[in-house]
Design a protein around this ligand. Structure first.
Ligand code: MN
Ligand code: MN
Length: 466
């Protein structure tokens, strides 16, 4: 290439590079420690309830206290509110008053899974099963023939709540959903993927040993119910008021000979939730503006409901903070910025045809910004304005955050949404950004460690903005 063109190219054209060729030696060293802690966070919080407990434990360690309405608040105070044990909102009161706005990061801590139906227990073919109803967008065929564990609560009419954990402790038995053997799969093989495993066949195998004498049916079911009664003091009717979630019984682990990737259940969106939380907890001095971290539930089913991002629980929390300074919450919202922290699709060479290479997010290229999500003609997207993207470019540039900008896939290939639009609808300037994920929504998803760490740095840059 003529020298003149080389110089011109460097000056005018984009020079995107793999993060490993750009990362500072100091940051390269920090990645592993960060990711080890993240893996523990994943393993200890495979449901939104368990994850919320982890969040609160970590926050309390750093001096966060439960907020109570009417509490006097001053700069430097650290408070949190648990939204019914399934979501957490945290605030670190800044030097500036709330009429100057807040710096928010919002992620979700629910993940796709299989919930038990309200009448789950039955016996068929002298085997006991739980009926499930899938939660979120799953590819059903991926959830068979893998070990599963069960978490959740059974709430009793007298107000007591039993915590259920089957399969997570060392030596515990696991549950499984069976699939057809290939020898008898001729008809199933002809079906499209979306139909090969009907939702009503996602039944968890629970046991096979009948109880008592040979009279009467349902003896395996009865035996399983007896075991559950011994362990939790519950009866069949108590499933009525239960939230029991079957999740993959797999621990987060390194992937790849070079250990640059992490495989786990629930990266979407705990990888961003952890980054948002850790960044807040790691702030070493009182921030300029108040920093808020929202970890919501129900994103995977549309952010509806009392623990979802559309719930007034968030507005109430913010109004309470504003009341302490006699500031209308609308004044605070219109000056606030929110980074909607959710995962994006990573380019997968095995399925290249659904990506548009020039606008895909790549592993090891850093946190992925999304100006808009949505489907078709950007339907269902908050579509951040240019100034907002520029603002983040500026912040990330100053903080040396490695970032990329991408769309979810090819136009009209599909689409997706995040909590961004619900924040933007509140008159909060909002932009999407998060970690690129391979096999998103599968029982075992893969992310790159470098991207996890850069996302953490990105969250920190948002909090530390002046
Ligand atoms: Mn998500
Ligand atoms: Mn998702």
């Amino acid at each position: 290439m003529p020298e003149k063109n080389k110089a011109l190219k460097e000056k005018l054209l984009s020079t995107k590079k793999n993060g490993w060729d750009r990362i500072s030696a100091a940051d390269a060293k920090k990645i592993d420690a960060y990711c080890e802690a993240y893996k523990k966070f994943l393993n200890d919080g495979k449901t939104e309830r368990l994850c919320a407990q982890q969040v609160i434990a970590l926050a309390e360690k750093e001096g966060y206290v439960p907020y109570e309405r009417g509490m006097a608040l001053k700069s430097g105070d650290k408070v949190y509110v648990s939204n019914r044990g399934k979501g957490v909102m945290l605030a670190y009161l800044g030097k500036k008053t709330l009429d100057e706005g807040t710096q928010i990061t919002a992620a979700h801590i629910d993940s796709p899974r299989l919930d038990l139906k309200p009448n789950p227990l039955y016996e068929d073919g002298e085997l006991a099963y739980f009926k499930t109803h899938y939660y979120g967008g799953i590819r059903k065929y991926q959830w068979t023939t893998i070990p599963m564990e069960l978490h959740g609560v059974v709430a009793l009419a007298d107000g007591t709540v039993k915590t259920v954990n089957i399969g997570a402790d060392q030596g515990d038995p696991k549950l499984v959903i069976t699939d057809l053997l290939p020898h008898l799969g001729a008809e199933q093989n002809k079906k499209p993927l979306s139909e090969a495993i009907p939702a009503e066949t996602l039944n968890l195998l629970l046991g096979s040993r009948p109880i008592g004498d040979e009279e009467g049916g349902d003896r395996v079911k009865l035996a399983v119910m007896q075991l559950l009664n011994e362990k939790y003091g519950i009866t069949e009717d108590d499933f009525t008021s239960a939230e029991l979630e079957a999740v993959p019984a797999v621990e987060a682990c390194d992937i790849g000979l070079d250990r640059t990737l992490i495989g786990a259940y629930g990266h979407d969106d705990r990888v961003c939730a952890y980054a948002a939380l850790r960044a807040l907890l790691d702030l070493d001095k009182t921030p300029d503006k108040t920093c808020v971290c929202v970890l919501a539930d129900k994103e995977e089913i549309g952010s509806d409901g009392v623990t979802g991002m559309q719930s007034a629980a968030f507005d109430t929390f913010m109004e309470d903070l504003c009341d302490a300074q006699d500031i209308p919450v609308r004044v605070c919202f219109e000056k606030s910025f929110c980074l909607s922290a959710d995962v994006t699709a990573a380019y997968d060479p095995n399925f290249a045809d659904v990506y548009e290479k020039r606008n895909a997010a790549y592993l090891n290229y850093g946190i992925g910004l999304c100006k808009y999500t949505g489907a078709r003609g950007k339907s269902g997207a908050s579509d951040a304005n240019a100034e907002t993207v520029a603002y983040i470019r500026g912040l990330f540039g100053k903080a040396d955050v490695l970032w990329q900008i991408a769309e979810l896939g090819k136009v009209d290939a599909g689409g997706g949404g995040t909590v961004a639009m619900y924040m933007a609808n509140r008159n909060i300037t909002t932009l999407d950004a998060g970690v690129p994920v391979l096999s998103m929504h599968a029982p075992f998803e893969t992310v790159a460690k470098l991207d996890c760490f850069e996302t953490y740095k990105g969250m920190k840059a948002v909090y530390e903005a002046e």
